[in-house]
Write a new protein. Structure first.
Length: 422
């Protein structure tokens, strides 16, 4: 017991020390007009730290590692976003979305702890995705993914991602429930998932949001392999190779017949088209170079003059002000967060496949953003989870962080035993 208390206090100290060191850096080297702005930022960050430390103790968990990593990353993003606009000033909107993301994580934690209950709710995941797709088709306008309510914009497709992860998650029992059709043994649920994936891909294509399509494909691919490779499954390596070849061919065909705007990004020379398709990427690369290893200083960056600096090219914005070393360190923290299920494997196969889907989401989103900003792949415009600004994305990321928490502290309830009345 005393060891657990000691480790808990050490974790609290580490998180607050990290944030305090960053805030001290802002105070000593930041660009601000009044010390009051730094004090407000520091107070907001440290108050949220302490509040979270108290809140998480209200929940029964076997491990709080993900909780500590989550608050560490989120408050780092608050400090980043508060220095991006050419000076130090608390980003109230991002601060609020971080609090909402934390609340979502605990909500998902409570709902996803019992894998037996989750498996019984699977039809509602499909229904929820169907409702969100209808909302996108009817309320977002022609070929769009956004709903505008005054000054607030919502992206319903972000909420499809956690539901899609849950739909892709499977248990050994489900995969052993095979039905015979002609000479084949099939699982009906797998065909439902394939059909759902196809509908999502068509929706993304119709809405011209192909930047998010690799994320859905990544989640599906992980779900597909966890379904056909469940323990003791008799699935030949030849079939796996064939499945991989089919996916590769499908990807090549998709690139071949991609829309004109996608083709333009695939073949753009950003340095010869700096005022067109290469605008963001060229400025992002210049900003990374200007920042060097240790950055120009908080609030001294110029990338805030480029569109979507706070979400689509946020990696470059951090690199410019804080340096490439710090930007890479933040990405490594997110990778550690999603790698926790590999260090401490979940107790149920459902939680394991759910965690694998969440990991696919985080890794794919980060890769698309970072590699796109660095011109290693075509620019997609997706966010880095927890770091980029954006309410819908932050809420979806919080929900999936809660799924990881649930996989580390599962609640396994056995069916009630019926007593004989005789």
């Amino acid at each position: 017991m005393y060891i657990n208390i000691f480790l808990y206090l050490i974790s609290c100290f580490f998180v607050m020390f990290t944030h305090s060191a960053m805030l001290l850096n802002v105070y000593l080297h930041g660009n601000y007009e009044s010390i009051t702005k730094v004090i407000i930022l520091a107070s907001a960050v440290l108050v949220l730290d302490v509040t979270w430390f108290i809140v998480i103790k209200l929940f029964r968990q076997r491990s709080f590692v993900i909780d500590f990593l989550l608050i560490l990353i989120l408050n780092m993003s608050v400090i980043f976003q508060s220095c991006f606009s050419g000076g130090v000033n608390l980003s109230v909107k991002h601060y609020i979305t971080c609090m909402v993301s934390l609340a979502c994580s605990k909500g998902a934690f409570v709902l996803c702890r019992n894998h037996k209950w989750l498996q019984m709710q699977k039809k509602y995941f499909y229904i929820g995705i169907g409702i969100l797709m209808l909302v996108i088709l009817t309320l977002t306008g022609s070929e769009s993914m956004w709903i505008a309510i005054g000054s607030i914009t919502i992206q319903p497709s972000e909420f499809i991602k956690p539901l899609f992860v849950l739909a892709c998650a499977t248990s050994v029992a489900e995969q052993q429930n095979k039905k015979q059709i002609a000479c084949f043994h099939v699982v009906y649920e797998n065909f439902a998932l394939y059909g759902l994936t196809l509908l999502i891909c068509l929706l993304q294509w119709w809405c011209h949001d192909l930047g998010s399509l690799p994320t859905f494909v990544g989640i599906f691919a992980v779900g597909f392999f966890t379904r056909i490779c469940y323990p003791k499954a008799k699935f030949s390596k030849t079939t796996l190779i064939k499945a991989g070849v089919i996916l590769l061919i499908a990807g090549i065909i998709a690139l071949k017949f991609a829309p004109e705007y996608v083709q333009a990004r695939l073949h753009t020379d950003i340095w010869n088209d700096r005022s067109g398709n290469g605008w963001q990427q060229s400025h992002a690369l210049i900003a990374i170079a200007d920042g060097g290893w240790f950055g120009k200083g908080a609030g001294y960056g110029n990338l805030h003059e480029v569109f979507a600096y706070e979400h689509d090219i946020v990696f470059a914005t951090i690199s410019e002000e804080w340096g490439l070393v710090f930007a890479v360190m933040v990405i490594l923290l997110i990778i550690i967060l999603v790698a926790i299920p590999l260090i401490n494997p979940p107790c149920s196969y459902y939680h394991a496949t759910m965690s694998a889907g969440v990991c696919a989401y985080f890794i794919m989103q980060m890769s698309l953003n970072i590699f796109g900003s660095c011109n290693l792949i075509p620019f997609t415009g997706v966010t880095i989870p927890f770091i980029s600004a954006g309410g819908s994305s932050m809420m979806a990321s919080g929900l999936m962080a809660g799924m990881l928490m649930a996989s580390q502290s599962p609640e396994i309830k056995n069916p009630p035993v019926r007593r004989s009345t005789q």
